[in-house]
Design a binder for this molecule. Sequence first.
Ligand code: CA
Ligand code: CA
Length: 258
Amino acid sequence: MRKLFVLILTLFLTCTFAVQAEPLTGGVKETGNASRVLDAKTDAPIEGAIISIPQIGYKTKTDENGAFALNASINGETIMSVRKSGYRPFSITIDKNIASRPMILGIQKSDMMDVVIDEDMIHLGDDTFSKGSANCNEFKLKAVGPTYVKRFKMTANTLNYNNYLVIGSIIGVDTKMAHNMKQNDIESYSSPPEVFFNGKKIAEIKLNGDDQKIKLPKSLIRPDDINEIAIQTGINLFNKVRLDYDDIELMNLSVQTE
Ligand SMILES: [Ca+2]
Ligand SMILES: [Ca+2]
């Protein structure tokens, strides 16, 4: 009886060890903890998506499981983008804390009517900013000036839908609201960046964040013709000595239809 008990115990222990040992082999355990890019609709892993952090010139790629490792050192908030052909450009604002944990990123298939206006990072302003302004440590690109302008075509078919200008990510906005929301820690603040569509102001951007959607009024759309988006950054309302534009960065501009 005692012999049998020992045998059972031995078998039990052997099995337990076998089970415990398994996840440590062949890198199975690692994949379970990796960041991944998935199709937002089907959850299918996306291979070969390019992950980049433009401010530090970092790039990596997802493997056949849609997995990637972010081997980049990040200080403060910065924009990370995901690109894959056939999918809408995707971006997300991350910091050290977010980057240290596995991220699951769902990206959406692009629609035939999507218009990608710009996939690059754009820095608006004058390259002067105070130390406490939102994301000031992260600005590496030179400012293109206070205003960004881009022309693009829209078909007559777009009039049958609601059209939105989508800003993938925006950082560095130092408005009063951004200050109240603790997005920066300076005492002064700036007027909000303004968005113009075909010459008419359609929105103000008061906060930093991802996936900001601005409706394009149908009455302003020029069907089957060239349309124009302009984004003008704000002005520091406390600097009476000289004109000081709010330095901001944005990424992934597109027009999407719903
Ligand atoms: Ca400035
Ligand atoms: Ca700023």
